[in-house]
Design a protein around this ligand. Structure first.
Ligand code: 5GP
Length: 117
């Protein structure tokens, strides 16, 4: 299925984004509203709306996102200092774009997370 979300539009170059990495499986671009000095989104080209929709035989989709994020951190030189990867799912998780994506946050000591609003 074609990705109907804003991220699908970025993948298809229908809207611009600051793309930092792309391969046949995924794309990575800077978040439009960064929550840390480094905030990059890793998005698969296969459309999967939420983590709940990920089939077991497609689990490598998420592995590729994590591997690409770690590779980016190493290339950019902050892997040793550290970083955080986050995937939000549905309302309580704070998901707003319904195409799975991994947030890579880095560039500062990050605060704790997971507290209710
Ligand atoms: P979620 O809340 O679904 O986990 O994360 C969606 C993220 O996408 C948010 O951090 C939001 O700032 C980002 N975002 C939403 N629309 C756009 C856009 O048009 N371009 C970019 N680069 N990021 C976006």
């Amino acid at each position: 299925m074609t990705d109907p979300t804003i991220f699908g539009k970025i993948i298809r170059r229908e809207i611009p984004a600051d793309i930092v990495y792309e391969d046949e499986h995924l794309i990575a671009f800077r978040d439009i509203a960064p929550q840390a000095p480094v905030h990059v989104l890793f998005v698969p080209k296969l459309h999967v709306a939420t983590l709940n929709d990920l089939q077991a035989d497609r689990a490598e989709v998420v592995g590729r996102l994590a591997h690409a994020a770690a590779a980016y951190a190493k290339r950019e030189g902050f892997a040793e200092n550290g970083y955080r990867i986050v995937m939000n799912c549905n309302g309580d998780g704070g998901q707003t774009v319904f195409q799975i994506h991994l947030h890579l946050l880095a560039g500062a000591q990050l605060g704790r997370f997971g507290t209710p609003r």
